[in-house]
Design a protein around this ligand. Sequence first.
Ligand code: SAM
Ligand code: SF4
Length: 476
Amino acid sequence: MDPIVDIDFIDNRTPAQAAACDTHVTQESNTGKSRKLYIESYGCAMNFSDSEIVSSIMFEQGFDTTSDIAVADLVFLNTCSIREKAEQTVRNRLGQINHYKKKNPGLMVGVLGCMAERLKKSLLEEEKIVDLVVGPDAYRDLPNLISEVDGGQKAVNVLLSREETYADINPIRLNSNGVSAFISIMRGCDNMCSFCVVPFTRGRERSREPYSIVREAQALVAQGFKEVTLLGQNVDSYKWAAEDGTETVNFAQLLEKVALLSPELRVRFSTSHPKDITDEVLYTIKKYDNICKYIHLPAQSGNSRVLELMNRTYDRAWYMNRVDAIRRILGDDCGISSDMIAGFCTETEEEHQDTLSLMEYVQYDYSYMFFYSERPGTLAARKLEDDIPLEVKKRRLDEIINKQRETSLARNKRDIGRVHKVLVEGKSKKSKEQLSGRNDQNKVVIFDKKHYQKGDYVNVFVHDCSVGTLFGEAVD
Ligand code: SAM
Ligand code: SF4
């Protein structure tokens, strides 16, 4: 059965972005292990990356991965709590998985990730089919937890850690196109945005040892990967210090270390935080051709009062200043994308207009757009009233989406008549005779296949576009 893909924002993303945000399912590994693991991952790229760590730990425990839930001995749902709907999707999915459990009573079902962390033991009571509940910092304990379940018990570990980065675990690449891979460079988040559940579900921010990151990227290059995306909730606050105090590495320095591995390796990163992104990072991006000129810089709102209520620690003027710095240092071609929340507590119509005018100012290439969903335990849930009626939130979201469609189209039209360096990711979904890849700015480009293959860099002359895609012809 296909996984449920149920998102509560309107989708004007490129297929590549969508692939990075919907649901991922494990592929077959078939190395002859005695049991089979099926993982479905929901939410953000960080979860997909975590599922690769989990697969690696489970492989050592005698589990191959499978893409067919019907033949699995163990099912993991790696979950997201960011909005209420994300949790509801998982609960619905558990209902469906119950049918498999009825046919195969020995089937073990585990809930991993943010929802496990948020709901802890109560998930076992609420969802009877669940056998184990494991938070994002407890994956090393999976072997013990699995033996508890093998012994007929239910198992829970939701301890958060201040140190765990899984630096020494070699992820098993799932759903990989063999071209691009995620590398987690840090975990957790120390910002307390008032709407956000992440600091509660993923714990304190910690940065992974830089040389393990470089080694992981190096191994990917050796395997033929052409692109890595360095992942963190706020990559700009990446900071590592050697225990003996002899060396420190910040994000700009880490980016440089990875970029220097090979000029053939494209380096991307996400997410940048407006309060922390420095000119040093921007100059590092400029210095290396293989660091992609594309920055995901979530604004959330264009109004300073709302930003303060959101506890984002910057205001509209600060955000605009950072965008100006990007344009000054990296030029108008640098792609910029955002996350936007419509209808946050007490937001007025005028304040909503400020979001639209910020979008007009920045001319985002694309955005992930949501309406506010109150999450239990967050600062906003405790201190602010969720007072914007749902239909108003949805109407404002529609207006934000329409504005985004406008600026996406305008930005894509600028790309017409130019040659773009495209990294081919595979066949186009619509035609076997066409290939799909992405340009530096992370935009999907479709062109006729000719003799080109997955993993090739191809110069493509773009002659047409839609809101989400560029169309062109390969030029030699
Ligand atoms: N760390 C990233 C940042 O600060 O930009 C974002 C991480 S969060 C996983 C992804 C996005 O989900 C946020 O940028 C925000 O737009 C959205 N989001 C988070 N909490 C939300 C909520 N309670 N309601 C609606 N959207 C929310
Ligand atoms: Fe959530 Fe804010 Fe941290 Fe992003 S920076 S994960 S929105 S608390």
